[in-house]
Design a binder for this molecule. Structure first.
Ligand SMILES: *Cc1c(COP(=O)(O)O)cnc(C)c1O
Length: 465
């Protein structure tokens, strides 16, 4: 056993959780029936639950623990900052050393021309900032009618009113009166789900991108403020777009002079083997949304990195927007330490040059499994698409997600956290995985697929719907 701290017995924590805790994206009656899994500690790429099980965290928490768990330098940075200055605001002519250093550091790291940062506490509120910011920007430019933001179906940009409206998740829009006005959605570049019979990937990528042009023409270019997209759709099920997609999107945004927002909340900070997903795909954004890997999840922080031109345009009038915790000093100090570790330990270079290519080679081997129709991977984010019939890209004769959920439960039983999204299983592991850990992860994933196939057959689900 591994130095477990004292905590109440699992059963009593589960009962208290069921009695008092409302979870994100959760069916509570079902959860109460199963009992919550209580995670008590973590080290490297491994988490431990209250029963003492050691589990390989192939999701890096929730796409965020890029440097891995257990880095005491971040704990020390937080403790130091809490003792010195636990909080101060950044309104009213104020700032503090960690937020200034972090803004400067991010400006240095960001693609050319992006050099101002507006801080938030996560990705959702950063995207809410973006909605207000781009509309304010166009008003300042004398084009206040440019209000519409174009996004994609099945995008994920967060869970606040604004961010969930930007997102294209149909179940989310089905609750609470979303989307808000002047946000529209075009098709996603998801070849497996959307391509026509016989349509090649690159051809499909161009068609998906040109949906943007058609939508701009339909709406009237003079009314469109911005396009927002994740370089790789994460929560959509790790949808890696065809190579033809982003250059065409970029061309269209330039042609109509509309702002391009890259939501880098997952793809930033090394996930794709470069600092930014935008670099991996040749995107030149006007705004990047950041969160998650910015602090490797050790403290809540997010933000928007914006172009000099945007910062200049809004400089001469107060922008009536901000959060109590914009640039929180403890989170900023933790983020700075995280960036130092990413840089000094060459973690991102290793993903690009060494462990990323190795993971890709091993992950692609899963394509030979009878359940797997497509593998998708970029850097350290990947998916396997489960199907009863590869050739026809068929879905199962059961509601979408039924087989995916079986897969997730088999994964945890095998000691690995994978997430299911629909009938895909996805991973987004800490960037510090060794080759040996990659081998182990692949072995556990394959065993999970075998167990899932056995269960799917036993339940008579291996039929196309
Ligand atoms: C997680 C996520 C968000 C939302 O971030 P929160 O910190 O949960 O508010 C936004 N965009 C993308 C691409 C994400 O993956």
């Amino acid at each position: 056993m591994t130095g477990a701290r004292n905590h109440p017995p699992t059963g009593s924590m589960q009962a208290a959780d069921a009695a008092h805790h409302l979870h994100p994206f959760t069916h509570h009656r079902e959860l109460a029936g199963k009992g919550v899994r209580v995670i008590t500690r973590a080290e490297g790429a491994w988490i431990f639950d209250s029963e003492g099980n050691r589990i390989l965290d192939a999701m890096a928490g929730l796409w965020c623990v890029n440097i891995g768990y257990g880095r005491h330098e971040l704990a020390d940075a937080a403790a130091r900052q809490m003792r010195e200055l636990p909080y101060y605001n950044t309104f009213f002519q104020s700032a503090h050393p960690p937020v200034i250093a972090l803004a400067e550091k991010l400006a240095q790291r960001a693609p050319d021309g992006l050099d101002h940062v507006f801080f938030a506490t996560g990705g959702s509120d950063a995207n809410d900032t973006n909605i207000r910011l781009v509309r304010h920007y166009w008003a300042r430019k004398g084009e206040p009618q440019r209000r519409i933001i174009i996004s994609r179906h099945n995008a994920y940009h967060g869970s606040t009113m604004g961010a969930a409206s930007l997102g294209g998740m149909a179940p989310m829009h089905g609750q609470g009166g979303l989307p808000i006005a002047d946000i529209v959605h075009i098709m996603q570049p998801h070849w497996w789900a959307e391509a026509e019979e016989g349509e090649g990937r690159e051809e499909f990528g161009l068609r998906a991108a040109r949906a943007l042009e058609a939508e701009i023409e339909r709406l009237g270019p003079e009314n469109v403020a911005a396009f927002i997209g994740e370089p790789v759709q994460g929560a959509g099920a790790v949808i890696v777009p065809p190579e033809s997609y982003w250059p065409e999107i970029q061309r269209i945004c330039r042609r109509y002079g509309i702002l391009l927002i890259a939501d880098e909340v997952i793809t930033g900070f090394g996930r794709t083997g470069r600092w930014w997903g935008s670099e991996s795909f040749g995107i030149a954004p006007d705004i990047m949304t950041i969160a998650k890997g910015l602090s490797s999840g050790y403290a809540p922080i997010g933000g928007s990195i914006v172009s000099r031109e945007i910062a200049e345009t809004i400089a001469d009038e107060e922008f009536f927007h901000g959060y109590t915790y914009s640039g929180h000093p403890v989170s900023a100090a933790v983020a700075l330490e995280n960036l130092r570790i990413l840089e000094e330990e060459g973690i991102i270079d290793r993903v690009r040059e060494e462990t990323g290519p190795y993971l890709a080679e091993r992950w692609r081997e899963l394509m030979d499994h009878p359940l797997v129709g497509e593998v998708r991977i970029r850097g350290f984010m990947a998916a396997v698409q489960l199907t009863p019939d590869k050739a026809r890209r068929a879905s199962f004769a059961a509601p979408t997600g039924t087989v995916g959920l079986i897969g997730r439960e088999k994964a945890i039983a095998n000691g690995i956290v994978m997430r299911h999204i629909g009938d895909s299983l996805v991973i987004s592991p800490p960037l510090i995985l060794s080759r040996e850990e990659i081998d182990l992860m692949i072995a556990l994933a394959r065993r999970t697929l075998d167990d899932t196939l056995a269960e799917v057959r036993a339940q008579g689900l291996m039929e196309a719907g």
